[in-house]
Design a protein around this ligand. Sequence first.
Ligand SMILES: NC(=O)c1ccc[n+]([C@@H]2O[C@H](COP(=O)([O-])OP(=O)(O)OC[C@H]3O[C@@H](n4cnc5c(N)ncnc54)[C@H](OP(=O)(O)O)[C@@H]3O)[C@@H](O)[C@H]2O)c1
Length: 286
Amino acid sequence: MIVVTGATGQFGRLVVEALLQRGTPASEIVAAVRTPAKAADLAARGVQVREADYERPETLVPAFTGADKLLFVSSNGPEEARISQHGAAVAAAAEAGVGQLIYTSVYDATNSPLGLARVHRDTEARIAATGLPSVLLRNGWYTENYTGSLAGAVERGAVAGAAGEGRIASAARADYAEAAAVVLLSDDQAGKVYELTGDTNWSLGELAAEAARQTGKDVAFANLPAEQYTEILAGVGLPGFLVELLVDADIQVAGGALAGITGDLSGLLGRPTTPLADTVAITLKG
Ligand SMILES: NC(=O)c1ccc[n+]([C@@H]2O[C@H](COP(=O)([O-])OP(=O)(O)OC[C@H]3O[C@@H](n4cnc5c(N)ncnc54)[C@H](OP(=O)(O)O)[C@@H]3O)[C@@H](O)[C@H]2O)c1
């Protein structure tokens, strides 16, 4: 049995979909979710739905029990909350005695200068301490992190950011989800650490140029000082922790933190990762 946490999130849903597409019987998949009502569509397709709220540890052991493989999808929210939520999930995986724990970490977690890597380093250490057979899926950036706001950027004629000439080896969220499904369905994975990145990298200037090319409109990259970028993000109502995370990410991207290309992701997929232009096209059509 395969248990997927965060299965009502964007990534978790894509993993469940990929498992089903690869022929996994729905009854062999457990969607372990914070809010079971949000998974009614999955239940209707025969997927088992169990409550698993990282903030309510008493839900976690029953949700993970019987898992041959548990895909633990990292949580979102402020750092302190995530550290305690992840601690609870890892402890529950150990108590439930899952056959293998597969965790969505961050690219280059060991050395990454990204602020958000702290949670992942802490979680990876907790996982190692359990002694459970485990696999680390160190996910690079989703291309959608940047294309999500692209339609507005095209309207305004500017992609705003603070990453300078820094390059980002991103891939589509669905690429990482499909790779997770491949790992879940493969034998001999225990102990593996995958550094998952796109096959090519790009700069925010190139993202703006691609949006301009596809729309025929003038779109430039506005490289802003970190303080100004912070004000813009806070001004659109993003929570403080997220503003901090996004600005920090751009600063670290400028220093090359997400430029690395490993080939691990296309290796798992057996095909190239989704090019930036394709994700831009899907976004601008939508
Ligand atoms: N690699 C990247 O570029 C990148 C970008 C963004 C995020 N991430 C990380 O990857 C994860 C998955 O990405 P995503 O795109 O699917 O994000 P998402 O759509 O925001 O999904 C986050 C998932 O975490 C679940 N969650 C939050 N708090 C929880 C709790 N207390 N108990 C149980 N589940 C909880 C959410 O449940 P609900 O469905 O109930 O809300 C949701 O399913 C994120 O949570 C984050 O850690 C990576």
